[in-house]
Design a binder for this molecule. Structure first.
Ligand code: SF4
Length: 345
């Protein structure tokens, strides 16, 4: 086949949600400036869950209800069987679309650097396609917002008839109608974050040390033989992880790939595979940054977890955690019981 290859890590999935949970009460001991007096500080959520990075979908899930996102991490999955079926069908549809443009190959990895090398090779392999005006699917993106490393996967990037670079996100739905305003808001935030990160990448902000410092990776680490072989196949001769990072940086900055001009979300009905509608999303950089800042403040331990505001209490009716939710209990007891700044909209 002359289609592109998409490399998959054959080892354990490396998503942030697969990482182990730490004890909830653990505290860190750190030296004071004088180096003598030891004081204790509470772990930030990033530390508590051993996370060196977050996924864009972590933040979009958080924008629905932060408390629900936290319960989802700390408690066993409480998804209804029909939700699981819906999610699995959604994944199969994405995979089928992906296979239309490239083959998927499993690659054996031997280190954390190898796993990241796969993401970078996948990114490197789509740069020439975009440069040639082609369409790419499942494009990995990485970047930093508020000193937190974020990763994501863009469903599709294509040039429109007008020559604008267009991001298309596919959302499949179990019900044959468009989502509510609140669900759309969550999806809008997701695609805006993709644009934010992608634009920074092609503008040369993703320097090699940004990745190694945030994810604690070793640039000098030799790459595994299978990774080197695949790199060779797509035209890159690399020995160490650092070589690949340099190549990524140079290819991104010298590529002349434009920023994303247009954000679109396509909603389709899973069962009938019919398009329900397309939303065009307006990108307002300042608002996206403010929202991300607010959500990341929780991850960095700068504020307590928050549930939904009273005007969105209807979300609690369909929430699996409504029986045990502390936020909901406190809200029922009265507004004075709650603490923390109001959530930004
Ligand atoms: Fe959030 Fe409401 Fe669920 Fe609590 S019950 S987690 S506030 S949606």
């Amino acid at each position: 086949s002359d289609s592109e290859l998409l490399l998959l890590d054959s080892g354990k999935a490396n998503s942030s949600s697969d990482l182990p949970l730490a004890s909830l009460n653990k505290v860190l001991t750190e030296d004071s400036a004088a180096g003598k007096v030891k004081r204790k500080r509470a772990q930030t959520p990033l530390e508590k869950y051993y996370l060196t990075y977050l996924c864009v979908t972590d933040l979009s899930t958080q924008s629905w209800c932060e408390q629900q996102m936290v319960y989802g991490r700390e408690l066993p999955p409480l998804q209804a069987p029909e939700t699981v079926v819906l999610l699995n069908t959604g994944k199969s549809i994405h995979l089928a679309r992906e296979l239309e443009v490239h083959d998927v190959v499993k690659v054996h990895t031997t280190s954390k650097e190898d796993s990241w090398a796969i993401k970078i090779l996948n990114l490197l392999s789509v740069i020439p396609v975009l440069q040639a005006g082609g369409c790419v699917r499942e494009l990995p993106v990485f970047g930093v917002i508020e000193d937190v490393f974020l990763t994501g996967i863009i469903d599709e990037l294509c040039y429109s008839a007008k020559g604008e670079l267009e991001l298309r996100e596919l959302k499949t739905r179990g019900r044959p109608f468009m989502p509510s305003g609140a669900q759309k808001k969550r999806d809008y935030f997701q695609v805006c974050l993709y644009k934010y990160i992608f634009d920074a990448m092609v503008q040369g902000q993703l320097k090699p040390d940004v990745i190694t410092n945030h994810i604690q990776l070793r640039p000098e680490q030799p790459l595994g033989s299978q990774i080197r072989e695949h790199a060779q196949k797509v035209g890159f001769t690399v020995t160490s992880f650092g070589d690949l990072l340099e190549l990524m940086y140079l290819n991104l900055t010298l590529s002349d790939i434009p920023s994303i001009d247009c954000l679109k979300i396509e909603y389709s009905h899973q069962e009938s595979n019919t398009l329900l509608g397309t939303e065009v999303v307006r990108f307002e950089e300042e608002k996206v940054r403010e929202k991300a800042q607010n959500y990341l403040a929780y991850w960095k331990g700068q504020r307590e977890v928050q549930g939904v505001e009273i005007e969105e209490a209807w979300k609690c009716q369909s929430c699996s955690y409504s029986e045990i939710c502390d936020w909901r209990k406190k809200r029922a007891e009265g507004p004075e019981q709650r603490s923390g700044p109001k959530k930004s909209k």
